[in-house]
Design a protein around this ligand. Structure first.
Ligand code: SAH
Ligand code: SF4
Length: 366
């Protein structure tokens, strides 16, 4: 049986105010609800003790505070945890928590599938089904917090879930409105209160949306570069045909808020004999010379049927050394949660894209 009551979890301040007004209640009730939902993490109206008792009863009849469903949870031998999240319409996406010693990042999906078809990415083999709503994006964060008992919002700074990376399934800048609304809810100081400095949004290079993202959200930007020539990038990251490298780099130079203290991260997946030569590394340095930049080298994570192999350890170290010698930070990302297919580029849910030839016949959706 589906629960027809309206879910308040994931609503923005304006939406919550509208719900409260429609019930004939005073505006301060919306502020109280906000505190219960996003600071306390409370899901039971009866325990929202600052609300008048009759209001609690009325709310419980017409509204609910719930998380998206969880179809499956897996925890890796390295403690990385992955949720297969099932939304109210039955669509699914994955959320991952990557713990470090005294903190951790939750990796959130922005779409079910992805319209883009990066050839090394497992999500790219999947059919794009739909954008996630702001509430579904916030809901992923909230269920991760439930899972670690991290309510109310810790105020002493020490949080297990201390960071967010918008690096799950989907291209966040192709669902900008909902992603922005979700991140504004998450950054609100009277609720979850996560600082923009602790949020990183990764894009494959949706150039026209980058400036807005910097101005309105001010979050850290990561750019999936992966190749130094348009010829190769056109293949690996096909959106490059629309927004080639020189346009992308210009948008990076102009990214609001980027400076030497807050650099743009260039992600670079290491593909054996494809993009991992010393000449590629030197060209990379040339490309970013006027941009506040750091690198993140991502060992390619294989998935069933993948057409690439990961570069050798030697090739990756040599590549990193060249970037380091050029004055850039270039850690090789330690793959996390590979045993449960939770690592970068391994996420996928049930919707499967038709073979590429058939997909090519469909109208382009971006
Ligand atoms: N759509 C966004 C964010 C999600 S992907 C983007 O493309 O930036 C997060 C990162 O993982 C991206 O840099 C992506 O290129 C990388 N990635 C995708 N597939 C991968 C794989 N199989 N191995 C390693 N990294 C991968
Ligand atoms: Fe989409 Fe990012 Fe995967 Fe490319 S790498 S297919 S943009 S999720």
């Amino acid at each position: 049986m589906t629960d027809e009551r309206k879910n308040l979890a994931g609503l923005s301040r304006a939406e919550l105010a509208a719900e409260v007004a429609a019930m004939g209640e005073k505006p301060f009730r919306a502020k109280q609800l906000w505190h219960w939902i996003y600071h306390q993490g409370e899901t039971d109206f009866q325990r929202m003790t600052t609300l008048a008792t009759p209001l609690r009863a009325r709310l419980a009849e017409t509204h609910r505070v719930t998380r998206p469903g969880v179809a499956e949870v897996q925890t890796s031998e390295d403690r990385t945890r992955k949720w297969l999240v099932r939304f109210d319409d039955g669509q699914e996406a994955e959320t991952v928590y990557i713990p470090e010693d005294d903190r951790g990042a939750v990796c959130i999906s922005s779409q079910v599938g992805c319209t883009l078809t990066c050839t090394f990415c497992r999500t790219g083999t999947q059919r794009m089904v739909r954008n996630l709503s702001a509430a579904e994006i916030v809901g992923q964060f909230m269920l991760a917090r439930d899972s670690y008992g991290e309510w109310p919002t810790p105020t002493d700074g020490g949080r297990l879930i201390s960071n967010i990376v918008m690096m799950g399934m989907g291209e966040p800048l192709l669902n900008y409105e909902n992603v922005a609304e979700a991140l504004k809810i998450i950054m609100d100081n009277e609720g979850i209160a996560l600082s923009k400095r602790r949020i990183t949004l990764s894009t494959s290079g949706i150039v026209p949306m980058m400036a807005r993202c910097g101005e309105e959200l001010g979050v850290n930007l990561a750019v999936s570069l992966h190749a130094v020539t348009d010829e190769l990038r056109d293949v690996l990251v096909p959106i490059n045909r629309k927004h080639p490298i020189d346009e992308l780099m210009a948008a990076c130079r102009a990214y609001p808020g980027a400076n030497n203290a807050r650099r743009i991260t260039f992600e670079y997946v290491m593909l054996k004999d494809v993009n991992d030569s010393p000449a590629d590394a030197r060209e990379l340095i040339r490309l970013v010379r006027d941009t506040p930049a750091k690198f993140n080298l991502i060992p390619f994570n294989a998935w069933p049927g993948a057409p690439y192999e990961c570069s050798s350890g030697n090739a990756m170290r040599r590549f990193a050394d060249i970037l380091n010698d050029g004055g850039y930070s270039a850690p090789i990302r330690v793959p996390r949660g590979r045993d449960i297919l939770a690592a970068c580029g391994q996420l996928k849910s049930a919707s499967v894209r038709p073979p590429r030839s058939a997909a090519a016949a469909q109208p382009a959706s971006v």
